[in-house]
Design a protein around this ligand. Structure first.
Ligand SMILES: Cc1cc2nc3c(=O)[nH]c(=O)nc-3n(C[C@H](O)[C@H](O)[C@H](O)COP(=O)(O)O)c2cc1C
Length: 399
């Protein structure tokens, strides 16, 4: 899922190729993008808003004012979007955009949006080559509107020439590349750990914990969305990992340590979100332990503290981030961990907070940085928590 968490506002205008917007919408959603659709009135003559609302799983917006006289806030839609993609875009809408005309919702959003705009023209050969259209496209390009296509080929009019909408699969690639090339952490190397570890007692039993790995996977995804190159070292987890993340699967605390200590020197940023076992059975049995005596004593040995070891070898340009899951004296314990382990940031979550911590879809965090800045966040979905953490890390990396 190469577009996880990205907000794409899909604009559709009155072209015969508007039916292809359905396929484009489906492909964007399949890649994990949150898609909202705005159509012009003309577009709705070519493709039903119901098709696009069903595929985008969101209400489709057409008018500035709803039937119940409620104003559609174009500023909010423009602020929500990470990318405004208009595909197909008609000669008419291109002309209006180039001239700042805003007589429908789509155009008003264009003028107020803060994000980048991509357009994929589709029209008849003659309309496309007309000097007016060519000049309008040049004006938009000079204002940093990305233009995709159009292609040469058979047109709806029966003519063969330039003006054919670029295929949805190719538009999708352009969108993915756009996000790859625009992140605030472009090409930074990030190491993230996630999930629990399993410490063997014998060949069939182990000691583990309830960590699902969701927080680490959400973080890895949020980093990828900022253009970073992410390696995820994960214990046993049951989650789908986007193909843009390099996954290294491990089982035990020691295996996780071996991977991290090798990868950390080459990382710009490391976030240790895994719930690594603190102790491991000292002498795991080679064969299954039989049920004999009433009591069984298990001798345990301390595992290597991965975070502390990375803290010892951390270079000035590197950022090291840890998690603290506390049940008491939360702030005090987290600050102590930050200092002891030479961290730049610690993410504190308290098991006292409902909806926070292990195996939930939500988390409630407090961020404490190396300068003792403390910021508490409300309960949020783990994907949104990951975005908050990544934004803070971007801030720290710019210091
Ligand atoms: C059957 C039909 C197909 C059309 N196809 C296109 C097209 O592919 N590209 C285009 O720029 N205009 C096309 N038009 C003209 C636009 O629909 C027209 O300019 C409309 O005003 C565009 O409105 P909008 O830009 O607000 O969506 C077509 C019109 C009709 C009737």
């Amino acid at each position: 899922m190469r577009l996880s968490g990205k907000n794409v506002l899909l604009g559709v205008t009155g072209s015969i190729s508007a039916y292809k917007a359905a396929e484009l919408c489906r492909l964007l959603v399949k890649e994990g993008a949150n898609v909202k659709v705005i159509m012009t009135s003309a577009a709705a003559d070519f493709i039903s808003p119901l098709t696009l609302s069903t595929l985008s799983k969101n209400k489709v917006e057409l008018h500035m004012v709803n039937q119940d006289y409620f104003w559609n806030n174009h500023v909010e839609l423009g602020l929500w979007a990470n990318l405004f993609l208009i595909a197909p875009i008609s000669a008419n809408t291109i002309a209006k955009m180039a001239n700042g005309i805003s007589d429908n919702l789509l155009l008003t959003v264009f003028l107020s949006a803060k994000c980048s705009t991509m357009i994929a023209p589709a029209m008849d050969h003659d309309m496309y080559l007309h000097p007016a259209t060519q000049t309008n496209l040049k004006i938009l390009a000079s204002r940093n509107t990305f233009i995709i296509g159009p292609e040469k080929g058979e047109l709806a009019s029966g003519l063969i020439g330039e003006g054919r909408l670029t295929e949805p699969s190719q538009i999708l690639i352009e969108v993915i590349n756009f996000f790859k090339n625009t992140g605030k952490l472009k090409d930074k190397k990030i190491l993230v750990t996630a999930g629990p570890t399993r410490e063997p007692i014998d060949p069939v039993r182990f000691i583990s914990n309830h960590s699902s790995g969701k927080m680490g996977v959400s973080l890895a995804t949020a980093f990828v969305n900022e253009g970073a190159v992410v390696t995820l070292v994960a214990g046993p987890i049951q989650l789908t990992i986007p193909s843009s993340i390099k996954l290294i699967s491990v089982e035990t605390a020691d295996e996780m340590y071996q991977q991290c200590i090798q990868l950390f020197p080459d990382a710009d940023i490391a976030v240790m979100a895994a719930a690594v076992a603190d102790y491991t059975p000292s002498n795991p049995a080679d064969i299954k332990v039989k049920k004999k005596q009433d009591d069984l004593n298990l001798l345990m040995t301390k595992t290597i503290d991965i975070l502390a070891e990375c803290g010892k070898i951390k270079k000035a340009h590197q950022l090291l981030i840890g998690f603290a899951l506390e049940t008491d004296h939360e702030l005090e314990n987290a600050k102590d961990k930050l200092e002891r382990k030479n961290l730049d940031l610690i993410v504190l979550n308290s098991l006292k907070d409902e909806g926070a911590g292990f195996a939930t879809d939500t988390n409630k965090i407090t961020l404490i940085d190396r300068n003792n800045n403390i910021k508490e966040f409300p309960l949020k979905n783990k994907n949104d928590v990951a975005i908050d953490i990544v934004q803070k890390i971007i801030e720290l990396s710019n210091e």
